[in-house]
Every structure is written in structure tokens, then in C-alpha cells.
Design a protein around this ligand. Structure first.
Ligand SMILES: [Zn+2]
Length: 454
């Protein structure tokens, strides 16, 4: 049961490229047909139903189908299913089942590359199978995650790691913003993981700090299932977002040379600069030449943009570059300055602490964590004061026309267009789901996507 089916197997470092190629293939096949998503869903419902039919009545006789798990017919064993206790070692568990201590020691040593017994964790489930209860146990099965399990076979003195087959289904989601993106996703039963992936797909065209009531979105994405249970979100294949009268599409495209999200005209969604240095933050004070300073109690130009976020939130480099300054001043607190090219530099103030290894002269990548939100220096609360320098002058980065990213090579565009057309067709078919959510005070304060100026 565990190794059957035409299922997409789990990522392993080696198999990841193959896995991605398979997913791409699955996606292509799925999206080429306008009815397949429907069929897939029906197929999965059908499959789920058949799993529960383990008892089938045939006339007067009740035919009980065998219970098969971990590749064993469990009915022929005494099955003990338990959780690992605090400070419990594998030898503690197994000697209680009369397993020979020398055998345990031999298997632990011989198969330490397959399973390191020091990784046994309290609270994780295990199953012991014993064919003859007057004798020692036959198998010990430990489940470190939903993705795999470890089988100790005491008859053959072997240990193996079994990866559970992952089924990837293509699913859709949609929503209309009532209060915040986060609340809308929760109201629609969508996960934090999917919200984050949607933000990643659209982050360069939609400024999630300025989303509004009645904004709407649609998504086509991969969802991973094990034994019919959802275990995680895969790649977003296509995303749509509408705010005011602006519509944005993002399509995932990948080949040997590059991968990422592209718009309707095959332009990369990713820009040379991220819109903000902190995810899920809000702008607490914008770039303002005539701002009244809350601590100094006088007018002083605010040449940066303040992003309020909880203390310890990661601060990201908005573009590739080299750290040119790292230090502390009374006003700035802990700060970092990055040089991106001849024209642009960015600066991040009031950090609680710096990220490991980010020192002067070090090269950083776009999106890399360089430090953590704090309130060191002249600051009333935890935030990042983000400063954007162009040719040595501080400018409002939200008003800048920043350089465009590298375009997709001409040769790839026909292939992209095929994917774009099929994904767009599916996106356009999705009906919006609207939820009138009961807004609780608590949820509103937790909301970090609305923009307010205190
Ligand atoms: Zn500031």
C-alpha cells in the first residue's frame, strides 16, 4: 500500500529536480484540459470513499478486508501503538518487548546512516508488531513525520526508511477582502503557508501594505496529500489579484535556466528591489519632509519609511548588494547600510540585533535576513526605519521608478505562453467566495496588513 500508485514522491535533496519536473509535467497535463481539475477532485473523492469501505457485506457473510499499514497485514500481529515518552531511549522501549539488547545495539550501529536513534523525539508515535506474544517483538515502526517512517525488522536485523508517497492535487482558492488578507484567508479555510506563498508570487506588483476592502484574489496551487490527508502546500501555479481597477496575473514558469513568476507579457514579477524590508509589517510613518518628531517634539524631515513589526521579526535585504556599514549610533541604534550598485544604497535602522555572518564587506542576496526588528537608538517602539539612497541622496523609495529586472529570453516565450494561456483560462473560471466575517476586536489588532498612521 505504501509504495503503490502513480503518485509524486516526496522531495529529497537528490530527487528535488526530478520532483519539480514531474510536478511541472503534472501541472501541464492538468491544465491542458479544462475539465481535468474537476475530474481530479471527483477522482479523489471517489478514492477517499473507497478507503472507508473496509467492511463489505456479502449476503450473510461479513467479509473483512485486511488492515494493511506500513506494508504489513496488521491483523496477524499484536499491535501496540504508543508515543515516545520524555527521556525514553530506543533500548528502553524495545527491551520491554523482549528484544535482545545485543541485537538492538548491532542494528543501531549498523544502520546509523538510515536512522540516528538520537533523533527519537518525545511525543512521536511508534508501533510495535509482535506475531507471537510469548516471544520477542518482530517489528518496531517509528514515525518521525507524516512524510516517512522507520522500520526495525528484528528477524532480518535490518532497518529501513520508508518515504510515504505524496499525492499532488491541483486546487483552487479565492476570496474577497473584508478586513485583511489574513482574516480573509482564515475565513476561507486557507492556510498561513498559502497566504505567504501568494504574497511571494505577487509581492512585486501588489503592495500588501495597501490592500483594501473588496480587493479580490484567485489562486491555482498544488496541495500535497498523504493517505488522503492534506499535509502541505506546494507551488502556486497561477495567481490573480484585483485592487481598485488594477488586475494582476502571476504565472509560475520553470525550465533549466530559471524559475519564478511572470506576468501576462512574460515579464518577471520579481523586481530588482523588494517593496519592503519586513514581511507582514505596516507603515507606521512614511517619508515626509515636514514630520513632527514624536521624541524630539519638533518638526524634522523624515527621510525614511518606518515599518512597524514585532520585535525579532526578520529584516530582509531589499536587493542583492554588499554591506558597506554595520554599527551603532545614538540616533540610528543598530543599523546596516547596503550598497546595491553605483546608484542605489539602502539603510536599515533600530535593529534589535544583526543576523549571523552579516558583516561589513559581506555580499547579501535579495530577501536574505540581515537583522531583526527592535527599537535601539531613537525609537518609540519596535520598527525598522528604512532609508533609500539614490546617487547619495535619500529619496522616497515608494515613489521611485526602479530599474527593471532581467527579461525572459525570447526562446522561452512560446513555451511560457502555452502555460500562461491554460492557467489563465482556469483562473478566469474560478468564482469568488465571499465571507461576511464577524470581526472581533482581537483579530483586528492582530491584523498587520492594514495601513494606519498612529
Ligand atoms: Zn524612520
Amino acid at each position: 500500500m505504501d509504495n503503490t500508485g502513480t503518485k509524486v514522491k516526496r522531495d529529497t535533496k537528490k530527487g528535488k529536480r526530478l520532483h519539480k519536473k514531474r510536478i511541472l509535467l503534472v501541472a501541464l497535463v492538468a491544465l491542458a484540459s479544462s475539465v481535468l481539475i474537476h475530474n481530479l477532485t471527483q477522482f479523489s473523492n471517489h478514492r477517499a470513499a473507497s478507503i472507508h469501505q473496509s467492511q463489505i457485506k456479502l449476503g450473510a457473510f461479513e467479509v473483512i478486508e485486511p488492515t494493511i499499514k506500513y506494508g504489513f497485514v496488521l491483523d496477524t500481529f499484536q499491535v501496540d501503538k504508543k508515543l515516545v515518552n520524555e527521556n525514553e531511549f530506543i533500548s528502553d522501549i524495545l527491551t520491554a518487548y523482549k528484544v535482545d539488547y545485543m541485537d538492538i545495539e548491532y542494528m543501531v550501529k549498523e544502520y546509523k546512516d538510515i536512522f540516528d536513534v538520537r533523533t527519537l523525539r518525545a511525543g512521536k508515535p511508534y508501533t510495535v508488531l509482535t506475531a507471537d506474544t510469548t516471544s520477542s517483538a518482530d517489528y518496531f515502526i517509528y514515525e518521525p513525520s507524516v512524510y516517512n517512517y522507520i522500520v526495525f525488522d528484528f528477524k532480518n536485523k535490518t532497518v529501513k526508511n520508508v518515504e510515504r508517497p505524496i499525492e499532488t492535487r491541483i486546487e483552487t482558492a479565492s476570496g474577497i477582502i473584508e478586513t485583511s488578507l489574513w482574516n480573509t484567508m482564515v475565513d476561507n479555510g486557507l492556510s498561513y503557508g498559502l497566504t505567504a506563498k501568494m504574497e511571494d508570487a505577487l509581492a512585486w506588483s501588489v503592495d500588501f501594505h495597501y490592500i483594501q476592502k473588496d480587493d479580490r484574489f484567485k489562486l491555482i496551487y498544488e496541495r500535497h496529500y498523504i493517505d488522503g490527508e492534506p499535509v502541505g502546500v506546494g507551488e502556486i501555479k497561477g495567481a490573480y489579484y484585483k485592487n481598485y481597477d488594477n488586475e494582476y496575473y502571476a504565472f509560475y514558469f520553470e525550465n533549466e535556466r530559471h524559475n519564478g513568476f511572470y506576468d501576462l507579457e512574460a515579464r518577471p514579477m520579481k523586481k530588482a528591489f523588494l517593496k519592503s524590508p519586513v514581511k507582514y509589517s505596516r507603515i507606521s510613518s512614511g517619508y515626509n519632509l515636514r514630520r513632527f518628531h514624536p521624541i524630539l517634539k519638533r518638526r524634522k524631515a523624515h527621510l525614511g519609511t518606518d515599518y512597524a513589526a514585532p520585535r525579532g521579526t526578520p529584516i530582509r535585504a531589499v536587493a542583492d548588494g554588499v554591506v558597506v556599514r554595520k554599527g551603532y549610533t545614538k540616533g540610528n541604534g543598530n543599523f546596516i547600510k547596503i550598497k546595491h550598485d553605483k546608484v542605489y544604497q539602502t539603510q536599515y535602522l533600530h535593529m534589535n540585533s544583526f543576523a549571523k555572518g552579516v558583516n561589513t564587506g559581506v555580499h547579501v542576496k535579495q530577501g536574505q535576513t540581515i537583522g531583526y526588528v527592535g527599537s535601539t537608538g531613537l525609537a518609540t517602539g519596535p520598527h525598522v526605519c528604512f532609508r533609500f539612497w539614490k546617487n547619495g541622496k535619500q529619496v522616497n523609495h515608494l515613489r521611485e521608478n526602479l530599474p527593471p529586472p532581467e527579461p525572459m529570453p525570447e526562446a522561452d516565450i512560446p513555451k511560457f505562453n502555452i502555460i500562461r494561456d491554460s492557467v489563465k483560462l482556469e483562473l478566469d473560471k474560478i468564482q469568488f467566495k465571499s465571507f461576511k466575517s464577524v470581526v472581533k476586536k482581537q483579530e483586528v489588532t492582530r491584523d498587520s496588513t492594514l495601513t494606519t498612521n498612529p
